[in-house]
Design a protein around this ligand. Sequence first.
Ligand code: ARG
Length: 465
Amino acid sequence: MADDKKQATWGGRFSEGPAELMLRIGESVSFDQRLARFDVRGSQAQAAMLAQVGIITVEERDAIQAGLETILSTIEQGAFTWDPALEDVHMNIEQALTQAVPAAAKLHTARSRNDQVATDMRLWFKFACDQLDGSLLAVIQALVELADRTREVIIPGYTHLQRAQPVSMAHHLLAYVEMFARDRTRLSAVREQANVCPLGSGAIAGTTLPIDREFAAKALGFVDAAGQPRVTQNSMDAVSDRDTFIDFASACSMVGVHLSRLSEDLILWSSAEFGFIALPDAFTTGSSLMPQKKNPDAFELIRGKSARLTGNLQMLLTMVKGLPLTYNRDLQEDKPPVFDSFDQSKLMLDCVAACLPGVAANASRCAAAVADPALLATDVVDYLVIKGVPFREAHHVVGALVGLAEKLDTPLNQLPYAEVAKIHSALAEDWVEVFDLDKAMAARDKTGMPGPQQVQARIEYWRSI
Ligand code: ARG
């Protein structure tokens, strides 16, 4: 049995302490200690508010706030002893404070761990969203710089993983920039949702004491653009709402999906079969058996880790769906998945941002791949359309040309003109000019297309954000 004096915070009605196994299943300090900074800030604001409304004196407030600051620096130096018997970060800190500052016995007035943990987590989500935003921005910048280096590298674009139409490598990379920019928007919406203060909701139904919720919210930075405090509007929702957890995990899953698709492209491109790029040695590994191998492990791990992020989201959705209002202890399990999603997303993004500057395009392999004239079959259709041939008919005509090229085992642009002319009268001798790749690229000049001017404009746009 544990020393039941340790559970003084709620142990009043209990005749014996919790079983060893109860402590093991009940503790969360092993993972929620990373909330220490937010817990201390929350308690300092709580003390300020209690003094503001006259529940504690200014001297008591100052002693509590200074005591908390000392505890925080001890924690940050790694010198704090966390005790699993005290369950969580909140009780560990409160217990340490009580030993140093007698007034600490008044700190938890009008507060429950339910609104306390909800407050800590909302502060953490704001921090986590800011961190991920910085990492996303670094990935965007690295992609834009790689795009700038590969503006003139033309490669086949693929649908169904079959060669489709030519694009610049830059245009392909900038597609990912669009995705990561949407991820930033999603995370900023999560941050906005987190930016509401639940403190004062108590365990479930608030308090009879004359607290000032707006004061505490303001002290913690839960304010709108005009500096006005934002507080939750239903105490029962405030202590049991885990929407922000789910939205955060969902935004991270989406980041993971985008990173995974980028990884897959880079893995394919770095294979001998494609040979479009070489990855930097620092982000690849060798084989213990095959001396020639250079494996794209970082990107394979990112592809693998993105599955973890999806799993974390699934776990949270499943955990919450059957819970009656309000707080249930199940909800303590809400933290490991969001911490993991944050840690893994940040690690993956930081790896990609660090690796991309070392990626080198192989110009000759790309040129060889894009030399396939069939990539411009659609441009021949457009040539016929300009000459007045209805699209459906033009598509059919070019299909016949492709069939003929296959039959004669000749590249499309080298078919004997005499044969070509037989297929359709609109195919004049100048039809082969369609196969000029530079002209073909320059013609794709409307918004969102891979023409060099469009790509250049997009690079400039992303550099300006
Ligand atoms: N460690 C707990 C958690 O994270 C804090 C809230 C405890 N509340 C309670 N009613 N036991 O969920």
